[in-house]
Design a protein around this ligand. Structure first.
Ligand code: UDP
Length: 231
């Protein structure tokens, strides 16, 4: 049974609006994930919070508090996407590393495995639960913990480039690159903390553009036009 961890950025949920939710975009994601679940793939999800808030959003408040707002933004995102997934006929559960009353359930590896075995999509909301970390790090951490086969990184850009393609028209896209080279060249695939965790635990990643048709399905099938980051 294949198990993947799909990371969606907060901005991806917002579509053109850049903030809040774009229901059409999220419904498109849900339809692709449904196809994978129907094929028997176990899918975990981590979502960023940038469509609402980042720890860096205010310089005037305490960083720990700002990061807590960011973590709660990821909880809102997971609840929303989980509900859209349910509307498309999937069973879902939202887990957080801290208590949220009856809004979510407390994360544990055993609980995740129980839900995966029931064909549910498991949302890992609230990041790592700690300030000064990111949902990139939460993605790699959860992927390693739940023994995922690979991480699927759905981004605005269609793969890993040797320099920023927005600023450099001659930027070259990699079909494959090792995580070691990503770290050595300081390429922005995931942040450095997450990159090191992926390297140390040999967790491969596939980077692709969310806006390309069926890109999540292609990535999970090993047929991506994006970049495979090897462990
Ligand atoms: N965040 C955090 N700890 C985590 C995950 C997220 O403090 O383990 C906070 C942090 O403030 C971050 C925000 O939640 O800026 C949104 O997460 P995301 O990873 O989308 O942020 P980004 O990397 O874009 O700053």
């Amino acid at each position: 049974m294949k198990r993947v961890l799909l990371k969606l950025s907060g901005e991806a949920l917002a579509g053109e609006k850049k903030t809040g939710f774009d229901e059409e975009v999220v419904t498109g994601v849900a339809k692709q994930v449904k196809q994978l679940v129907d094929e028997g793939v176990q899918v975990g999800i981590v979502i960023g919070g940038g469509n609402f808030w980042r720890g860096r959003s205010s310089k005037n408040i305490d960083r720990t508090k700002a990061d807590q707002i960011g973590m709660l933004a990821t909880v809102m995102n997971c609840i929303y996407v989980s509900e859209i997934f349910r509307s498309q006929g999937m069973m879902t559960s939202v887990l957080t590393p801290f208590e949220c009353g009856d809004v979510t359930k407390l994360y544990s590896k055993d609980r995740s495995n129980k839900y995966f075995s029931r064909n549910m999509v498991v949302f890992f909301a609230g990041g790592t639960g700690h300030p000064y970390f990111s949902t990139d790090t939460a993605t790699v951490l959860r992927a390693v913990e739940i023994d995922a086969d690979e991480i699927l990184l759905a981004k605005a850009v269609d793969g890993v480039y040797d320099k920023d393609p927005k600023d450099h028209p001659d930027a070259r896209k990699f079909d494959r690159i090792s995580i070691q080279e990503v770290i050595d060249r300081k390429l922005q695939v995931v942040d450095m903390t997450a990159s090191i965790l992926a390297m140390e635990n040999k967790m491969p990643m596939v980077v692709f553009a969310l806006q390309e048709k069926d890109s999540i399905i292609h990535a999970a099938h090993g047929e991506t036009t994006g970049t495979v980051v090897t462990a």
